[in-house]
Design a protein around this ligand. Sequence first.
Ligand code: NVA
Length: 305
Amino acid sequence: MPKHFLRDDDLTPEQQAEVLDLAAALKKDRFAERPLEGPKTVAILFDKPTLRTQVSFTVGVSELGGYPMVVDSRLAQIGVRESVADTARVLGPQVAAIVWRTYGQERIDEMAEYAGVPVVNALTDQFHPCQILADLQTVKEHKGTLSGLTFTYLGDGANNMAHSYLLGGATAGMHVRIGTPSAFQPDKAIFAKAKEIAEQTGGSVQVADDPVGAVAGADAVATDTWVSMGQEGESEQRARPFLPFSLSAKLLGRAKPDAIVLHCLPAYRGKEIAAEVLDGEQSVVWDEAENRLHAQKALLTWLLR
Ligand code: NVA
């Protein structure tokens, strides 16, 4: 059975630490791992917009010795022209791995069930686990550790980033706080799973509708767009409830003085984050964007072992 990375808790705490160590090593020596030598092909598919993910997976697969085949999903129309399962049966025998950005988590679960090769979640409506690996690598670089740190996320508590921070942060033994309006609570089952993981790792998970309390004393503060891909029609009604959660310099002042700021990008300055914060001294967002490359190369290497 191939290993997959469909959600953050597909990696145990030990496995996550192993991938993050490998990511740090690959950042120092970019061509140290060549699991795709041949070249073997990795299929990379996008049903939603992308910049960082397409670039980092394309560069990453090629640096691992492989051939990155970006499939035009407007032509493939997965689930429309043919089922996800049939697509998986076609791709699986020809490629070494499949990387897919799509909508519902059930689509990527189905791909994994039928592909016969590792499948990687490059973002779904529910999770963005590759981004969290890059974020954890970034926090570790700047703070030296993950376990025991307080990590606050402000914004849509029901989106993919919130869910992945809960699971991935708990796996890393962090104290994860989600600051979100009460109408945007995380999925109950995902929160419960994160709580269960945190109990084993010594971390904790918490949801608060008070932005100041959520940020108080944090080691790292992250935010994300209030309008995720696919929610564009809701942008007007989403603006108001999230306003108090906008990461201003004043709000950031409640975190530890040496707190770092993360954002998965694309960022909307003046909405979820003030320009002076995103472009300020505490921001590590460009390291975070670069670490997508190293973290995903480490993940692919680990999955293909
Ligand atoms: N929550 C955002 C993340 C973008 C990388 C979205 O799904 O659009």
